[in-house]
Design a protein around this ligand. Sequence first.
Ligand SMILES: [Zn+2]
Length: 157
Amino acid sequence: MAKGEVAIGACVCGAVRVEIGVPARWAWHDHSAASRQAHGAAYATYVGSWRSRFRVLDGEKHITRFEDEAAGTARSFCARCGTPLFYERASAPKMVNVPRALFTARTGREPRYHMNLGQQADWTYLGEPLAPLKGYPGVMWERPSRKKKRAPPDPMF
Ligand SMILES: [Zn+2]
């Protein structure tokens, strides 16, 4: 990608727009319980940008922020629509993490890294085979496992 190129992200209502330089530093999936809750999703996928290559283009006044001092993190949201906008961690002060979903264009990095897998929700969809659900067009479902539970061995034989 050309030097000086940017990717622009926006919240659902469009009030806040942010920009990062591309290619981004990296992209990662965060399976932590805190990110799961904050996003209302199985996990959050972030694009990590150097702070120096990140800026808010519009809607600064609509941004609200939650600082978790114990965790050393800060999460910023759009106060109008609730979209998570960026996530800062004291452990990486030069980085700003922006949800990948805010960008429609490419960010120059594929999300190949997984963090906090020990906290992954056991209901996370991991690509199990799906089949159409009869009578509900557009609904796919995961069939229960075909493996039959074996009875415990008979101690008499
Ligand atoms: Zn918004």
